[in-house]
Design a binder for this molecule. Sequence first.
Ligand code: ADP
Length: 621
Amino acid sequence: MIEPGIYRAMIENAMDAFFLTKTDGTILDANPAACKMFGYTQEELQGADRRQIIDVESPGLEKHLKERQEKGKVICELIGIRRSGEKFPIWVSSVIFSGKDGEQNTFTIIQDISELKLKEKELKEAEMNMRMVLNHTEELFIILDKDLRIVNFNKATEEKSKKLLGVPFEKGRSIFDSAAPERLAYLKELYADVLNGSTRRNIVEIPATAEHAKFIIDIRYSPLYDKGQVTGVIINVHDITETKEKEATLLKTNERFYYATKATNDAIWDWDIQNDMVLRVGDGLKNMFGYEIEDAEKDKNFWIDRVHMDDVKKMVEKRSRILFHTNELYWEDEYRFRRADGTYAYVFDKGYIIRSADGKPERMIGATQDVSERKESEALLLELNNRLKKRAEELVNSNIELERFAYVASHDLQEPLRMVTSFLQLFRKRYEGKIDETADQYIHFAVDGAERMKTLIMDLLEYSRVGSSAEVFQETDLNFLLKELQAVFYKSCEETGATIHIDPMPTVKANKTQLFQLFQNLVSNALKYHSDRVPEITISYEEKEEEYVFVVKDNGIGIDSSFHEKIFVIFHRLHSRSEYSGTGIGLAICKKIVERHGGKIWIESEPGSGSSFFFSISKRI
Ligand code: ADP
């Protein structure tokens, strides 16, 4: 039997509030915890009414009082009122007991549950937030119990499980119900492992079907703990198709970049301007200049230190100007760079600049090319060109001299020749048939030689004149010009029965006299080098974009292809004088005239089947 004094001591020291009240609500006694909870002194509480500390509007108060009356006790939640007027949730346990005098009193224990309520609220909110997150995430969350039955899943699972996992999910079902039979053994092993505390992960590719394209999911299985014990499994499914695709494209891009750097022999660099760090890739640096990438990356001034002393200032200035003073996105320069062996290479360096939104240069990515060979051949070419120019000048000069010589020679030769000819004529007149037959023959040879010399001199003079006469180019109607030509050949055509057919002709810008001579030479050759057939000559033309091409076609003896070039060389003849007369200058004159008109002359011919002489006249004279 415990002494009543001990009960008193326990109540005095209790954490909970203790009240002794009459059934009508008058407070008879209260312990220190009660005073503290409600903010009154013990004296103030003694004799006070219960309604002073318990809100009469506490939900279900009447009902609870009634219950206490009927059952002799009640446990319920009510609202307490502190002295300050603050209301707070309380947990109340109240019993009715009869005193010695038979009077009924109540004994009530009250706990302040404000903190508990607050925690409960926080917990509820946290749970709600969690639920909201889970229901709004794209990822699937599934909770299984220890027997691998589905306990719960989030909204995403509800919506997507059919698509991603092939089955709709239902609470209470075993996770194995939806597994493909061939995977069952594997999954059993996996879940056993997870229930043992391991975390497992699977990346699964779901093949395309009529409804959806192929996709890839990442499944994570983690054990679910409660008080240190595994009580189930959490499955988290994540659609990683897009990430995987991006990874694949990135991989491809990287691969492409890798091979591009392999394929080029340039030294590729990537300069982080803000941090002044240079990343180098490819074999260019080694192949071209003999340096290892690692060595270059170790030294901050690796590049600048190797630019030729005479080029470095200009190069740095230009680069800075483009990088920091303009918004240009491209830089290029040419300078000399020292190779590992100490020799200098000419390099062409170029880079693309990446700028921040405010125009600050952040990175420059570029490639350096060794252009030494090009530089050398450029120099060589320049020298060759100069030499060629000099040679051409010399040639022009010697040509002019030659023409002048031919002109002077032929011109000055005419005079003595004329004298020889006239005296030979006189000589013939007086002595022919008077000496003897041999003398007559000699006279004949001499006259003939002088005649030939005359033609030769005349032709040579003609040839030299083509180059020296003042070049007057004027619009020339070739229809008129060729009519005149026909008139020149009228007599010889009548004698031989030859025909000259002329197509309608254009008007061209040309030196009239020279063009007349050109046609005259060609037609005269066509008539001269005829075969057994009666000569038929056709003159036609074709208009091209840049030029006119004329053709003088005959049905004469033709020319073997081995002579097609040679016949245009001066004095070049294919026949002896006894076969065909001539000096071998006619076609050379033609060639010269055509060239003066910015054109070319050539022939298409075969022995026995006539010849076609083509020549072009440029439209841009
Ligand atoms: P020439 O007629 O005075 O010998 P050309 O320079 O006019 O000199 O001709 C060079 C050579 O080309 C001629 O000797 C001749 O053999 C050949 N030739 C020129 N025109 C014709 C032609 N229409 N048909 C065949 N051969 C030709």
